[in-house]
Design a binder for this molecule. Structure first.
Ligand SMILES: NC(=O)c1ccc[n+]([C@@H]2O[C@H](COP(=O)([O-])OP(=O)(O)OC[C@H]3O[C@@H](n4cnc5c(N)ncnc54)[C@H](OP(=O)(O)O)[C@@H]3O)[C@@H](O)[C@H]2O)c1
Length: 432
């Protein structure tokens, strides 16, 4: 019989506790699936005395998480502390220096220090597995790296943040404003006390950079992602988008183009009848578009202790079976720096929300600016008439470049009759 696989877990928060619980509860099942007894031998967290939902009295406690890697009775290190700096990185480094496999859910670390992790791997017999770092319980890393390994990937995109999707879904169903729904999300535990990481698109950008690295065989590059969050979306946008046949979703999109890789995280209009429009609440969904397979959609819970633990333990199962998979899907010496495309060259159709004084000639002035930049209009919607107040006008355009649309927005914003800066969103139909 194969030797037991001894696990050390650093970080016993939401995910760490669920991993501990899952390994205990499914011990027999995991034995049947791997032929090995997978047992936790050591743990670490900040506070040994903290009241936890799990019984850690029978495993060794380390005050310093790096000692989990040093422990001779630990074969696999599970890093569930989080963060790109501090003990998480030190622990991963120590484990790799010692040639031990690492399993992590730490998107921040891979997104911002992927190059260092790749360098460590070149000198190590260890591995780094990170199924849980992107889209929690959805097996998107294995899907891309293994299931779709035969394809050249054209694009990978989707809903990568459950908090934003919950907020946008609630706004859409109830007509309530962003601030009110955010408060409810915080009360229900879907959003953090400081929600900026989620609602400003940073969390989704971390995940997108990892997906992009894997899809295109390059080092995750979060710096070259165009990021816009969901704070500025109003109930008006939701209503107008609906009237035009769209839903608003925060999408992470990475596309291979002739000029390089385009990466963005931003709210987009997607057609009402598209599968991605139907992804509601805290769910995540990821599309992968491969040259032989076409489009593949994976959907499920992208966060939460149990879904994330499911992903973490799937990586442990790989280690138990003796599978070692390359970090970015290519042999390490083939992984290159990402070549970013200039986002201003992006082609697309756009939605504009304008607040304008209801005066004669306003639409003519706006049309003149669009004409001067060779941007053609698809539709104009105006609701309400009030000569003394600004009223919303919604424009949608045919395809144009991002550069033109930004210039148009800048010039429209300078018109005296336009009372606030235009708000712009891309319309993503994913036909290509
Ligand atoms: N939560 C999710 O749904 C989810 C989904 C996907 C990925 N992830 C990733 O999973 C990782 C863990 O997330 P989480 O939600 O479980 O976080 P969490 O609930 O905040 O837990 C963090 C754990 O790390 C420990 N810790 C923090 N700083 C430490 C330090 N300096 N030294 C030792 N231990 C330290 C904490 O100890 P104490 O318990 O003693 O305070 C706690 O047990 C993160 O990388 C996160 O991005 C989370």
């Amino acid at each position: 019989m194969a030797a037991p696989l001894r696990i050390g877990i650093a970080g016993l928060g939401n995910v760490g506790s669920s991993v501990f619980q899952l390994l205990a509860e499914h011990g027999e099942l995991l034995f049947d699936r791997t032929g090995r007894d997978i047992r936790v031998t050591a743990v670490s967290a900040r506070n040994k005395l903290k009241n936890r939902s799990i019984d850690i009295s029978k495993v060794k406690w380390h005050d310093n998480p790096v000692d989990v890697a040093n422990d001779p009775e630990v074969d696999v290190v599970i890093e569930l502390i989080g963060g790109a700096t501090g003990p998480a990185f030190d622990l991963v480094k120590k484990a790799l220096d010692l040639g031990k496999p690492v399993v992590t859910a730490n998107k921040a670390l891979l997104a911002s220090r992927g190059a260092e992790v790749l360098d460590l791997l070149k000198k190590s017999k260890g591995t780094v597995s990170y199924e849980a770092a992107v889209a929690g319980g959805i097996p998107v890393i294995k899907g891309l790296r293994e299931g779709l390994a035969a394809n050249r990937i054209r694009a990978v995109y989707g809903i990568l943040n459950g908090t934003c999707n919950f907020i946008l879904s609630e706004m859409s169903h109830t007509g309530r404003g962003f601030a009110e729904v955010l408060k409810e999300a915080q009360e229900k535990g879907y959003a953090e006390a400081d929600p900026s990481f989620d609602i400003d698109g940073i969390d989704a950008a971390h995940k997108l950079s990892i997906l992009s690295g894997l899809a295109f065989g390059c080092v995750p590059d979060v710096k070259n992602i165009e990021i816009k969050g969901i704070r500025s979306i109003t109930p008006l946008d939701i209503t107008f988008a609906g009237d035009l046949g769209f839903r608003i979703k925060l999408l992470g999109i990475a596309r291979q183009t002739a000029k390089g890789i385009e990466q963005s995280v931003e709210p987009c209009l997607v057609p009402n009848d598209s599968p991605i429009a139907a992804v509601e609440g805290a769910l995540n969904a990821v599309y992968v578009d491969g040259d032989y397979v076409g489009k593949v959609l994976l959907m499920g819970y992208g966060a939460g202790g149990n879904p994330t633990a499911s992903a973490v333990v799937s990586d442990v199962v790989d280690v138990a079976r003796g599978r070692a998979l390359p970090l970015m899907g290519l042999t390490p010496d083939k992984v290159t720096a990402l070549k970013p495309a200039n986002i201003h060259d992006r082609i697309g159709s756009y939605y504009f929300r304008l607040m304008v004084l209801d005066q004669p000639g306003v639409i003519a002035d706006i049309s003149a600016i669009l004409r001067d930049h060779k941007v053609s209009l698809e539709s104009v919607l105006q609701r309400g008439r009030d000569p003394h107040q600004a009223v919303p006008v919604i424009l949608t355009t045919h395809e144009t470049t991002e550069e033109s649309i930004r210039r148009v927005a800048g010039e429209i914003g300078k018109l005296k009759s336009v009372t606030e800066p235009p708000y712009l969103m891309r319309i993503e139909e994913f036909n290509g």
